[in-house]
Design a protein around this ligand. Structure first.
Ligand SMILES: Cc1ncc(COP(=O)(O)O)c(C=O)c1O
Length: 379
């Protein structure tokens, strides 16, 4: 079918018409179990009833605003995010996408330090464009290899405004977590050199790792935290939250930043509702429990089919299974899709970031489908 959508990636021919919870339905009525939460946004499930009823109630009251006003939702959401992060007396700005928020956080760090570059662990995916974009000739970046302790000493920090951290790489690395010692050491060194610590929690934040934020698995104290994706459960809202010191040091003199959807009330109200749902329904625990079960099931595949499975990686509900070359990953991925499972795939690795409401039964049926495929490869 000819599509009128410019082709920056290659979707299948399937037309999505409805999503509910962990399920998505195409135009032919076929059901898919979404183990990717869209693009890792719908942590509380697609079309979450409580969140969507709230949106319906609020949309007619206050959706968008101009620069002359403040609104209470953005004030409240900033206070809430600060308390979850562990900041007090800081501030936030709200935008629409993770890329915008990451780039703005870096611009603020550059403004405060008078330095131009960022330090990042190679392969971290920070933004679709700009300072964080993965591009061989991105002159704004100094990259350090994953878990390479020794290379820390060769980094010249004098022009590094910020160390931008991804506490779980779901994109390029298909689920990888930096070692504690490596990350904590790098943060300590960066801080001692006046480099600002930004944690990019666009994917790991809002519960994905079974904690509010991925950085909470480490002994590190960020100065700026960026959230997005799951903050709106599918509605586009992102946030940059600054600690009290950065807030105090920041002066907008010489620094103007304006975007049409900056601090829009509806997005902030939705963010508050999403956080409230997670708190009142105990979704962090749900994420930990279901993530633990999912990991066990992947480990079952690894121990029973050791010649076919190289590795299992997991934290909360961010998981991956890496196969040996005895498994044809492309065929496996296509088989899963045809069987109604939406999963991430690259280089013989499958990735799973399902909604926290994923059922044990749906996890089991995915494992059964993978096992049947491996058993056939074995024959
Ligand atoms: C860690 C991380 N940061 C930033 C982004 C960019 O967010 P967005 O696609 O909303 O611009 C992504 C997107 O996948 C991400 O995974």
């Amino acid at each position: 079918m000819k599509s009128n959508i410019t082709s920056f990636y290659n979707p299948t021919e399937k037309v999505l018409v409805r999503s509910e919870g962990c399920y998505q339905y195409d135009a032919e009525g076929k059901r898919y179990i979404d183990f990717e939460s869209g693009v890792w946004c719908a942590n509380l499930g697609h079309s979450n009833r409580e969140v969507n009823s709230f949106i319906k109630e609020h949309i007619d009251t206050l959706m968008h605003q101009g620069y002359k006003f403040r609104n209470n939702y953005s004030e409240e959401l900033s206070v809430k995010l600060q308390s979850l992060i562990g900041f007090n007396g800081g501030s936030s700005v709200f935008l629409s996408s993770g890329s915008e928020a990451v780039n703005l956080s870096i611009m603020v760090a550059q403004h405060l330090t008078g330095r131009s570059k960022i330090l990042k662990v190679s392969n971290s995916y920070l933004s679709a464009y700009g300072f964080g974009q993965i591009k061989a000739d991105n002159e704004h970046q100094v990259n350090i290899d994953y878990n390479d302790y020794n290379s820390v000493n060769s980094v010249d920090f004098t022009d590094i405004a910020a160390f931008v951290i991804e506490t779980g790489g779901a994109s390029v690395d298909m689920v990888k977590f930096p070692d504690k010692e490596f990350l904590e050491g790098l943060v300590k060194k960066s801080k001692s050199c006046g480099t600002i610590i930004i944690v990019d929690e666009v994917t790991t934040g809002i519960g994905r790792h079974g904690t509010w934020f991925g950085f909470q698995h480490y002994d590190i104290v960020p100065e700026i935290v960026v959230t997005g994706k799951a903050l709106g459960n599918g509605f586009p809202v992102s946030a940059v939250t600054f600690n009290a010191d950065i807030t105090k040091r920041f002066s907008s003199e010489g620094f103007i930043y304006a975007q049409s959807h900056q601090n829009d009330p509806l997005g902030c109200a939705i963010g508050l509702k999403v956080i409230d749902e997670i708190e009142t329904k105990g979704y962090l625990l749900t994420c930990k429990e279901r993530g633990g079960y999912f990991e066990e099931r992947l480990n079952y595949l690894m121990s029973n089919y050791s010649k076919f499975v190289n590795d299992v990686r997991a934290r909360g509900l961010m998981l991956a299974i890496e196969f040996t070359d005895r498994v044809d990953g492309v065929v496996l991925h296509n088989t899963l899709f045809d069987s109604g499972f939406v999963v991430g795939f690259k280089n013989n690795t499958l990735r799973f970031l399902p909604p926290f409401t994923i059922s044990y039964t749906d996890i089991d049926s995915l494992i059964d489908c993978i096992e049947a495929f491996i058993s056939k490869s074995k024959a």
